[in-house]
Design a protein around this ligand. Structure first.
Ligand SMILES: [Zn+2]
Ligand SMILES: [Zn+2]
Length: 325
């Protein structure tokens, strides 16, 4: 089945039925919740398995494997990849390679999941369901593809979620397996996907970036801090994405505790100079920011040329000296 999904290009995509049927089928299982009479215990199961896996996704898939925002040893690196993959978003190398591509080409025609270029639902989840983006682009993730255990995990990406399902089934039987494996998993999917879709559409822009990224408090609560997406696009490689005290960032708080315990180290932090640079914007720059926050403004992203790699592209004129480690 072919479908044309792009509004701005003639590119045709072919659905990946092997990925699409279980993904959509999982949503159809949700009404089976009525088979299990309500218990607060089930709410707790969903809450714990949601936020535990969201931490794995944000600290693992995103801040560590995509952006190298902190350091850790090989064992915890593997555990982080394992926890991230419990969120059932394919292999860690696949995820991080695609994410690096997103930063490299944000909101240009090349961006895999730009709502501005290809529509909301495409950016939210349809891009995952086509054959074109199924293979892992190893050339974009060479730094982690040198670890055989990660390559193995990337290939057998369903091992972590199956292990997780077995654990919750062993503890709480079928109801726990349903609430963790189906309800929580669907919420984890859409919670994560909001960062590709909603956080390029709704929210405030503090920093001028060449994309449509926004800061959104509600999305930050749902995604353990990922909702500060305008901060993140402005300067990608920091372990903290909430840069001010009110910008809640549970992933960073947990990473901070792990650094005190010696499990992770070298958390990259945003410098005062970088985070406060918006105060020095000219009137013209402020006017540009305001023009970019209006409803529907996300549909006309700022024009930019894609750069070479995330490492080669200093975030919007920032020099490495402006970032402290
Ligand atoms: Zn983005
Ligand atoms: Zn990122």
């Amino acid at each position: 089945m072919n479908t044309s999904t792009s509004t701005s290009t003639a590119r045709t995509h072919q659905w990946n039925l092997v990925a699409s049927i279980p993904f959509l089928g999982w949503h159809l299982l949700l009404p089976l919740a009525f088979l299990f009479p309500f218990k607060w215990e089930y709410v707790a199961v969903v809450f714990v398995t949601y936020y535990l896996r969201m931490f794995g996704i944000t600290a693992g898939y995103h801040r560590y494997f995509s952006h190298r925002a902190f350091k850790t040893g090989r064992v915890f690196q593997f555990l982080l990849a394992f926890l991230a993959q419990m969120g059932v978003q394919k292999g860690v190398l696949w995820w991080a390679a695609n994410h690096r591509h997103h930063h490299r080409y944000s909101d240009t025609e090349e961006d895999i999941h730009s709502p501005a270029r290809k529509g909301f639902w495409w950016s939210h989840m349809n891009w995952i369901l086509v054959k074109e983006y199924e293979p892992t682009n190893f050339s974009a993730i060479k730094d982690f593809a040198k670890y055989p255990e990660l390559v193995w995990l990337n290939k057998y990406f369903l091992v972590p979620p199956l292990v997780g399902l077995a654990i919750v089934y062993a503890i709480g039987g079928l109801p726990w397996a349903f609430y963790a494996g189906v309800v929580s998993t669907v919420l984890v999917w859409h919670g994560t996907f909001t960062i590709n879709s909603l956080s390029h559409v709704f929210g405030k822009r503090r920093y001028l970036t060449t994309d449509t990224s926004r800061n959104n408090f509600l999305l930050a609560l749902l995604t353990c801090g990922e909702g500060w997406h305008n901060n993140h696009h402005f300067h990608q490689n920091t372990a903290n994405q909430g840069w001010f005290w009110w910008e809640v960032d549970f992933t960073f708080y947990a990473l901070k505790v792990l650094s005190w315990l010696g499990v992770v180290s070298d958390l990259r932090l945003v410098s005062e100079q970088t985070k406060n640079c918006y105060l020095k914007y000219s009137d013209a720059q402020r006017a540009q920011l305001e023009a970019e926050v209006g409803f529907n403004a996300w549909r006309s992203p700022p024009q930019r040329q894609p750069s070479l790699t995330p490492e080669e592209r200093p975030a919007m004129g920032l020099t490495p000296a402006m970032v402290k480690r």
